[in-house]
Each structure stands twice: as structure tokens, then as C-alpha cells.
Design a protein around this ligand. Structure first.
Ligand code: TRP
Length: 486
């Protein structure tokens, strides 16, 4: 079979790298990474997180890009074509469907959170954050959420901006937007770290992020790190796979993946270096949790020279990061409707957007009018988060690696990845034996079904990986021949 012809391609060599970095860098880096690092003990957590990015994030991202580029299409179509080329079971397309849905459902609550960042950019300017205590700011935050019109308008604004960019297409919309947003983000981050450096709390902030306390190396933290590695790289949600389908043929998937992963990690670490010194210099609590940036940072900004300017800069930066992530969550759906049903991107964006607006309004109402509606103990917003992050993403991740590592003929991925024998063998080993075991563990643990601390029983994990390797290579040797260059 001849290779699938791409319908869309990134214009420049940097197109994919910028767009994928835009997808990866989001609220996960600037808001969540600092606060879970605080929660799980600083340096020890950072180390585990880096290990997870290397061991799971990078192999899975390479796999998604390779499948996307091989099949040249939305997750469903790309997997479908790979299956057809391979001669396999078309049910695998369901994995693409689930990933696409996960991305869409994540967006339904992500627009609400992104709306906070947009609203706070304006609040920074108009003086509504002039409270003099963290409690006062907590009240501002609560009042913002209690008003469905206010909260709703910001969510709708984010949703409309996202749809508008996506409707314009891959090059004119997405690529053009990220081409100025990503460098802008980098500049803002550097300015903020520069300020943090002179704020008086830098040493403390630095030590908090990078001091290494072995007693904090727990299984709990490892699993949090693994889950976050998935989320922060936008994996198992169709985003990276669809963006990968627009990469020109000659570009190296491995090199591209490393660049995106390194950029994403640098932003997370820089965000920590910008945020924690400010927190420490103002004597605030680094473990304040999810409300950290909304409830405590505005107070810090008030106390610093040019605080309003820095505050606006900070929340504008979070908003842009969230927007470039939001775009990637709906691109798979729009690409699917566009290709499969011949609907123009514009109409596809309107159709998908209508559903998005309805579901995201329900998510938004969970903070006010519908706060009391908690079927099975969770409100609608929490259900979306729970279903996607606890079920759909881990399952999607396992299916993707099993698909690439077991279901597809070796030549397909080898062709697409185009690595030297050692690199290819390493990828194959990770995808066949290491990733499935580790992801399965996160999944079971997240559900509360793994009755032990995986780091204290690390030999169970090593044993399971070893056993699977011996079995796999015994029954159908793949890694060993690859190592020998065959
Ligand atoms: N990676 C983004 C962040 O860190 C979030 C994100 C973008 C995402 N696209 C995704 C998460 C798809 C899950 C699935 O904020």
C-alpha cells in the first residue's frame, strides 16, 4: 500500500514543535505542577516526575506521533489506516474514538479553569483583587464562581476563542496563533523568573524545588508523577496524534519529541522558579493547593513594585498557555468531522462548539446553581475530570502502546520512527514491556485497587516487567532482533 497523502501539513519545521509545545504547556505546568510539587515534597517529586517523562511520556509521545503520521488523519482515521495497512482488527479504531472523546471532555471543564485565568487578568487591572488578605482573596474567588453569569461568560469567551482559531485551520489558525503565543509565553516567563530572582525568596524557592529528601520518595508520589506526566504532555487524548499527522515525512519523530518534552519540562520548572520565590518572599504557604495562584499570588503582586504589571503579565501568560492547550483538545474532533463527513472545518467547529458550550455550561454551573447536584458523590465538573483522568487517559495510554507494540507489524513503526537499531530496540522495549506495566499500575492505584505502595515493593514492578519481557521475547522475539538490526 502506498503511503497516505497528507491533506494538511505544518508550514514550517517549527510548526509541529510550537503547536505541540503549546498543547503540552498549559495549566498543568503553571498551576498544577508547582502545587503538587509542593504537596509531594519538592525535589524528590521533581526527580520522579522527570523519570516518568523519560520512561513513559517520551515513548508514548513518539508512538502517538508515529501513528498519526502513518495514518495521516484524526485518531480514528489514522488508527484505521494503520490497521488496514497491517491487516488487523478494525475495532482498534475505538481507541482513537476514546482518545478523541477524552480530549473533548477535558476541554469541557478546561474552559472553565482557563476562564479563571482570563478573568484574573482583567481583575488584576480593574482593582477587584485589592483585598488585603488571603481570606479576602478566597472570597473574591468564591464570589466569582458563585455568579453563573460572570463565570459563564468567561468560559464561553475561552470556548469561542478556541473554536475561532481551530475553525481557521491548521496553518492559518493554529500555526499562526502559536507562532506568536509561544515566544510571548517564553518572554513573560523569563521576565517573571527575573523578578523572582530579585524578590528575596529565590534561594528558598530554589531549595524547595530542588532539595532532595529521600523520605519523600513514596509510591503515592510516584503515581502522582506518572499521572501528571501523561496530562502535561497531552497524551492519550488525540491531541498529539492529530498534530503528528501534520508533520512532513522527513522530520525526525524522536528529535521532535525530545524537544517538546524538554520545552514542557523547562516551562514547568521555570514556573516553579517564578512562583515559589514570590510565595516565600511574602511569607505564604507553598502547600496551599489548587487555589495557590488565584488566592495567594494576587496578594503578593500587590506588595511588590510594579505589582499590577507583573500580575497582569502573569495571568495573561496563564491564559495564553491555557488557550494553546485548549486548541489541541478539540482539533482531533474537528479533523475527524472534516475528514470523515466532509464537513468544512468551519462548520465542524460550529457543530463541535455547540456541544462543547452545552457541556461546559453544565461544568460551569457545578460551581453555583448545580453545586447541589452530585450523583454518586461528585458534581458534574468533578465527574468530567474523574472520567477522563482516571479512566480514559490511562486506558487510552495502555491501548496505544499495546497497539503499537503488539498489534502492528514491526516494519510499520520502524519505518515511521526511522531510528538506529539501538534506539528502535529501546523504544520497542519500553512500549512492549515497561509502559504497559507502569501505566497499569497508575490506573489500578488511581482506582484504589492496587493494595500496596509500589515504591516500597519496587521489586514487584521490576519482576512484572522482567516476567513480561521473558514471556514476550520467548514467544515472539521482537526486541532482540531489533537490537541486532533486523
Ligand atoms: N497538557 C496541558 C497542560 O499541561 C493540558 C492538555 C492539553 C491536555 N491537551 C490535553 C490534557 C489533552 C489532557 C489531554 O495543561
Amino acid at each position: 500500500m502506498t503511503r497516505e497523502k497528507p491533506k494538511n501539513l505544518w508550514l514550517s519545521r517549527w510548526g509541529f514543535i510550537l503547536a505541540a509545545t503549546g498543547s503540552a504547556v498549559g495549566l498543568g505546568n503553571i498551576w498544577k505542577f508547582p502545587y503538587i510539587t509542593g504537596e509531594y515534597g519538592g525535589g524528590a517529586f521533581v526527580l520522579m516526575y522527570l523519570a516518568c517523562i523519560l520512561a513513559i511520556g517520551i515513548p508514548v509521545m513518539m508512538t502517538e506521533i508515529a501513528i498519526g503520521r502513518r495514518g495521516r488523519g484524526s485518531p480514528i482515521d489514522a488508527i484505521g489506516r494503520a490497521v488496514r495497512e497491517n491487516g488487523g482488527n478494525p475495532l482498534w479504531k475505538g481507541v482513537g474514538g476514546m482518545a478523541m472523546m477524552a480530549g473533548f471532555l477535558i476541554l469541557c471543564f478546561y474552559v472553565v479553569v482557563a476562564g479563571w485565568a482570563f478573568a484574573y487578568t482583567v481583575k488584576m487591572l480593574d482593582g477587584s483583587l485589592a483585598a488585603t488578605s488571603v481570606e479576602g482573596l478566597a472570597q473574591v474567588f468564591e464570589a466569582h464562581n458563585a455568579n453563573p453569569w460572570q463565570l459563564g461568560s468567561w468560559s464561553v469567551l475561552v470556548a469561542l476563542l478556541t473554536l475561532w482559531i481551530v475553525a481557521k485551520g491548521v496553518q492559518a489558525g493554529i500555526e499562526r496563533a502559536v507562532r506568536w503565543m509561544m515566544p510571548g509565553l517564553a518572554v513573560m516567563l523569563v521576565v517573571l523568573v527575573g523578578y523572582a530572582f530579585t524578590s528575596g525568596g529565590f534561594d528558598e524557592g530554589f531549595a524547595f524545588l530542588f532539595s532532595f529528601d529521600t523520605s519523600k520518595l513514596t509510591g503515592e508520589a510516584l503515581l502522582a508523577a506518572l499521572g501528571h506526566a501523561f496530562f502535561t504532555l497531552s497524551l492519550a487524548s488525540g491531541a498529539i496524534l492529530t498534530y503528528g499527522s501534520y508533520i512532513p515525512d522527513g522530520q525526525s519523530i524522536a528529535r521532535t519529541t525530545f524537544m517538546v518534552a524538554i520545552a514542557d519540562t523547562c516551562v514547568a520548572l521555570l514556573a516553579g522558579l517564578a512562583i515559589f520565590p514570590i510565595i516565600f518572599a511574602n511569607g505564604m504557604d507553598p502547600t496551599a493547593g489548587p487555589g495557590l495562584i488565584f488566592m495567594s499570588l494576587p496578594l503578593a503582586f500587590q506588595q511588590m513594585p510594579f505589582g499590577t504589571a507583573f500580575g497582569v503579565l502573569f495571568f495573561a501568560m496563564v491564559s495564553i498557555a491555557a488557550l494553546t492547550s485548549a486548541i489541541s483538545m478539540i482539533e482531533a474532533t474537528v479533523a475527524y468531522l472534516n475528514e470523515k463527513h466532509g464537513i468544512s472545518r468551519f462548520k465542524a467547529a460550529i457543530g463541535a462548539g455547540t456541544v462543547l458550550l452545552i457541556i461546559s455550561m453544565l461544568a460551569m454551573l457545578s460551581f453555583n446553581l448545580m453545586a447541589g447536584w452530585t450523583p454518586l458523590g461528585k458534581n458534574f465538573f468533578d465527574w468530567l475530570d474523574y472520567l477522563t483522568s482516571r479512566w480514559m487517559m490511562p486506558l487510552g495510554g495502555i491501548f496505544i502502546v499495546v497497539f503499537a507494540g503488539y498489534a502492528l507489524r514491526c516494519e510499520i513503526m520502524r519505518d515511521e520512527l526511522d531510528l538506529p537499531p539501538l534506539g528502535y530496540a529501546l523504544w520497542l522495549f519500553m512500549v512492549r514491556y515497561v509502559c504497559p506495566v507502569l501505566i497499569l499500575m497508575v490506573f489500578l492505584h488511581a482506582l484504589g485497587w492496587l493494595g500496596f505502595d509500589p515504591l516500597q515493593r519496587w521489586y514487584w514492578i521490576a519482576g512484572a516487567i522482567g516476567l513480561l519481557t521473558v514471556l514476550g521475547e520467548g514467544l515472539r522475539p521482537r526486541v532482540m532482533p531489533a537490537l541486532a538490526g533486523r
